[in-house]
Design a protein. Structure first.
Lengths: 558, 461
């Protein structure tokens, strides 16, 4: 069906343009509401329980879910007792209650006089003895003089309202897609309907079914995924079917991971298996994969091709992070460094340098958050720089990839082809874009994956593109701000790692396509076409979701 | 967990790096977005090889030279006008890099960083560009040039308005030949080149204007001196010849008869330094600018030249090269007491809703020669026409001019030149005409200049 009447055509164009102005504005509103709601919904840093020194009756507030006890100043609870080890024990809160773990102290830890071997449950009224210090666990309410601060009633935005606004954005984008290229088609309603069904079913399942209290992260993820899928529908609706399937798979993985992560003992038990599985997956990749566009990172499983490295990203974080008691006992990073070296080595063999960089940065984040050793990090970076130097020296074809960097306009039709197209068409789009399906970048190779940022700029406008990448940055900042409120260092480190990984990948994608950095060919999280990437990104999101302590809190009955 | 919390601050490094990178991109977007978008490969500018959705280009009388209709670029209905205006207006593909459609594509397409190239109202967001050129004069110039290659350029030396600018060979932008870009026989060689702005030719005798200026300033008893012109003179073992033997000539007559023998001697007498100084002062060895489009440099270079070569350089041969646009400006300067008014092409740029975003103005350029020298040159050049070329060529215009017949060698016929201006207050017109492969300056370029000046004088009155 074509629209030949120029008057009607003009009216439609004007309406679609207004839609493109509205979309980023509602997006800003939804995303800012989501983030403020996540911040406001957090618990105040009030002590949950307290420890009372049985001799001096000094009251020590217990602020976190996992607390290190010891003589060292870096401990959460510092004991001024020379007979206490530097890192003596860890006091942790789990679903079952409070637990004490001895972290290799010299003199041992005793609960009610019994020596703690591995870990021991502790109830209010029980005493913990370390060296010559004895502490008693008490409820906050047991202390008369401790005022229970009045909890302010905080009005967070209604989760259903935010999701409804997201649906509205998707509807506006769907209308855009229906008029792609000056022709009307009902087909884009199919991806819209599928996204609509998925987001509201997940909402009902998690809020009503499981009684979860928050849905902001899922809303943001659906908003971004929806923008990506509807943008891709402009290149042909059938291109979105795999992506919709991947979105479904991603949501499923997200739910499974949220369940899996709920029990930290289970996670810790499975960590080794996950690590071995990841290495085997890389090995399978190297054996089975055939070269595709200069990289060997795809394997075909029947009708679908899978990019194993995307899933190994999740495994990488699983293997890298740990609970506080284990961090205190096993301080060296050797095992993790070895695992990381295997992963990055495999990626180099596959010639997937972009993903290797993503792994490396994630490795740095995890390694620093675990060890806090600037010296180790500096050493590792020095080794990496030396390694990169060797690669450039002995594999000159790698250096060739970078020759056009910052000189793309001198290689417009050769090595700078993709970047110059991205810049040119991004600028053509202005702030509000030329409309879904009306772009020209889509005919350039890798437009929907590596260059998708340019497609967003061209078809939906710079403003929405900035909103998207800033949202990904906020995800990381949110993960960081929530660190000490997580239920375990496992959650806080994994969510920082996931947030950092997503943002660094965003940097490589956006800046590679726009010639701020050399082009490396990684996907833009949530937006790029790529099934494995979509599934993995939702998996990474589960880490951030799990670090929010409200995720596993039952709905507050008011 | 406290330490984990403080260690997590490492993520700020990544966050800052991200914001920095985003800043770099956005800074580029804001400052260079226009040139990013204005690429020949950008399909939004040239859908199907046409400037699909751009503003109009009009001549001084509002004749439409180019406009966009239904996603296509449409040019004037008259093929001769289309061809005459081709190099100024430009082609649809942006191959003519000195054309308005290439240099002002950003204005024409209506690019701005807010809406990019989107046109929410469905109309072209581009601006209309009105030129100072008169398409009828250009058409006449093209008709007079006929099948010859060459350049014709004319402007008002008081206001700076360009009135005529034509370059041949050309093609019809509405129906470009199919083999235009695939042809290997060379029949379209230089077809994208605007000879007015981007070419240089051997000047021949028109260069004697420069030698004369140097003589006026450096030979005190110029008017009382004479030169023996007996057909040829041997300098440094090399013979410099004239068309005929003129006998004893005063300076005035040496210029009017265009005696190579006299002028070669004058150049040698003045020497390389004084010649070079005057040539540089009069605009040689540098570019001129026409609304942001720069011209090719005229060349006068006699470093290490032998005496005979210096002699030849004084009569516009040797390695001398001149650009037609520069010659016109030089004429404007002589007419205007040594200071040229800068020519301009764009009369106005009008954004949608009738907002004028730019308009052409009269600007004075740098002085090219002293007022007294200009006055003297004017007198000699007036004598050229009144006594020699004949005022019948330019009735009532009191034209001062110089012709030239430049030998180009290689078995080709010479290039015919005529440069000059009307010294009449009411018709302040300066011109430069060059015709490749012609018989002589007066018979080829002279005829075109005559027709053009007469027609232009009518429109200006």
């Amino acid at each position: 069906m074509t629209l030949n009447n120029p008057v009607i055509q003009n009216i439609i164009n004007l309406v679609l343009y207004i839609f493109r102005i509205i979309v980023p504005l509602i997006s800003i509103l939804v995303i800012s509401k989501c983030f403020t709601s996540m911040k406001r919904g957090r618990r105040k840093e009030d002590p949950v329980v307290i420890l009372e020194d049985m001799v001096s009756h000094e009251v020590i507030p217990v602020l976190y879910w996992e607390n290190s006890l010891g003589r060292s100043k870096s401990c959460d609870i510092v004991l001024h007792d020379p007979t206490v080890s530097r890192d003596h024990a860890v006091l942790m809160r789990r679903e079952s209650g409070w637990i004490v773990t001895d972290t290799g102290s010299k003199s041992g830890t005793f609960v009610n006089g019994t020596k703690v071997k591995d870990r021991m449950q502790i109830l209010p009224g029980d005493s913990i003895a370390m060296g010559s210090t004895a502490l008693m666990l008490k409820r906050t309410s047991d202390i008369k003089n401790s005022k229970q601060p009045k909890r302010k009633v905080r009005h967070a935005a209604s989760p259903a309202g935010l999701l409804a606004a997201t649906t509205l954005i998707q509807l506006l984008l769907c209308v855009q897609a229906c008029f792609a290229g000056g022709k009307f088609s009902y087909l884009p309603a199919v991806p819209f309907g599928a996204i609509f069904a998925m987001e509201w079913l997940l909402y009902l399942f998690s809020m009503k079914g499981l009684g979860h209290v928050s849905f902001e992260l899922e809303t943001i993820a659906f908003l971004l995924s929806g923008i990506g899928i509807l943008l891709i529908s402009g290149t042909g609706v059938k291109n979105t079917y795999v992506q919709l399937g991947a979105l479904f798979g991603g949501v499923l993985l997200f739910c499974i991971m949220i369940w899996f992560l709920s029990d930290l003992d289970r996670v810790m038990r499975w960590r080794l298996a996950i690590g071995i599985f990841a290495v085997l997956l890389f090995a399978a990749n190297l054996v089975l994969a055939r070269e595709h566009n200069g990289a060997r990172n795809w394997i075909s499983l029947g009708p679908v091709s899978v990019q194993p490295s995307e899933f190994i990203k999740i495994a990488f974080i699983f293997v890298g992070t740990s609970t506080l008691d284990r961090l205190q006992t096993a301080k060296n990073l050797t095992g993790f460094i070895g695992f990381s070296a295997v992963c990055m080595g495999a990626l180099f063999l596959m010639r997937d340098f972009g993903t290797a960089c993503v792994f490396f940065v994630t490795f740095l984040i995890i390694a620093f958050m675990r060890s806090g050793s600037v010296r180790t990090i500096a050493l590792i970076c020095a080794v990496a720089v030396f390694g990169a130097f060797l690669i450039l020296k002995f594999k000159p074809y790698v250096a060739q990839r970078f020759e056009a960097w910052r000189h793309v306009w001198e290689h417009v039709n050769e090595s700078g082809y993709q970047q110059t197209r991205v810049l040119s068409y991004s600028a053509s789009g202005g702030l509000f874009g030329l409309g879904i399906g009306n772009g020209s970048l889509k005919s350039v190779f890798a437009s929907t994956s590596d260059l998708v940022f340019g497609m967003v700029c061209e078809e939906l406008g710079l403003l929405l593109a900035i909103v998207i990448v800033l949202t990904l940055a906020f995800l990381m900042f949110y993960a960081r701000s929530d660190v000490t409120r997580s239920r375990s260092t496992f959650y806080s480190i994994s969510s920082c790692a996931a947030g950092g990984m997503l943002l660094f990948q965003t940097c490589l994608n956006v800046f590679g396509a726009t010639d701020v950095l050399p082009m490396t060919g990684v996907t833009l999280p949530f937006i790029s076409l790529g099934g494995s990437s979509m599934v993995a990104v939702w998996g990474l999101l589960a880490f951030i979701k799990a670090s929010d302590e409200r995720t596993y809190a039952a709905r507050r009955k008011s | 967990m406290k330490t984990t919390g403080s260690r997590s601050l490492i993520l700020y490094i990544l966050g800052m790096a991200f914001l920095f990178g985003l800043g770099v991109f956005l800074y580029g977007f804001a400052t260079e977005g226009g040139s990013w978008a204005m690429q020949p490969f950008n399909k939004h500018l040239t859908t199907g090889g046409q400037l699909a959705n751009s503003g109009k280009i009009l001549d001084r009388n509002n004749v439409v030279l180019a406009k966009s209709e239904n996603g296509k670029r449409v040019y004037n209905s008259d093929e001769t006008v289309r061809r005459a205006m081709l190099h100024t207006v430009g082609d649809s593909n942006g191959y003519i890099s000195t054309g308005i459609q290439y240099n002002y594509r950003s204005e024409l397409s209506g690019y701005n960083p807010i809406t990019g190239l989107a046109s929410p109202t469905g109309k072209s967001g581009g601006s209309d560009i009105k030129l100072t050129l008169d398409s009828a004069l250009c058409k006449l110039a093209l008709q007079k040039l006929g099948s010859s290659s060459g350049a014709v350029v004319l402007y008002n030396y008081k206001t700076g308005e360009m009135l005529c600018s034509v370059s041949t060979p050309n093609f019809d932008p509405s129906n470009p030949p199919k083999d235009l870009n695939t042809d290997k026989t060379g029949k379209y060689n230089g077809v994208y080149l605007d000879r007015v702005l981007s070419s240089t030719y051997t000047p021949g005798s028109i260069f004697k204007v420069v030698t004369s200026a140097a003589a006026i300033e450096n030979i005190p008893d110029l008017d009382s001196r004479t030169w023996e012109c007996n057909g040829s003179i041997t300098i440094n073992g090399n013979k410099i010849t004239d068309v005929a033997s003129y006998g004893t000539l005063s300076f005035k007559n040496a210029l009017a008869k265009s005696s190579n023998v006299a002028f070669a001697q004058i150049a040698v007498e003045l020497g390389a330094d004084k010649m070079t100084e005057m040539a540089n002062s009069m605009g040689f060895n540098r570019s001129f600018d026409l609304d942001g489009i720069s011209t090719s440099k005229s060349v006068y270079k006699v470093d290490g030249a032998a005496a005979n070569e210096l002699g030849w350089s004084g009569v516009g041969q040797y390695t001398d090269l001149t650009n037609p646009f520069h010659m016109m400006v030089m004429m404007g300067a002589i007419a205007n007491d040594g200071v040229p008014v800068k020519p301009y092409l764009i009369s106005g740029i009008t954004a949608p809703f009738g907002l004028t975003v730019r308009s052409g103005h009269t600007w004075t350029g740098d002085r090219l020669l002293k007022a007294a020298t200009a006055e003297k040159l004017k007198e000699y050049m007036r004598y050229n026409v009144s006594s020699y070329y004949g005022d019948g060529l330019f009735p009532g215009l009191a034209v001062c001019a110089k012709t030239g017949t430049a030998e180009v060698g290689g078995g080709k016929k010479p290039n015919g030149w005529m440069v000059g201006f009307s010294s009449n207050e009411k018709t302040p017109l300066a011109f430069a005409v060059v015709v490749e492969n012609s018989r002589s300056g007066i018979s080829s370029a002279g005829q075109i200049a005559s027709a053009l000046m007469t027609a232009a004088a009518k429109t200006i009155k």
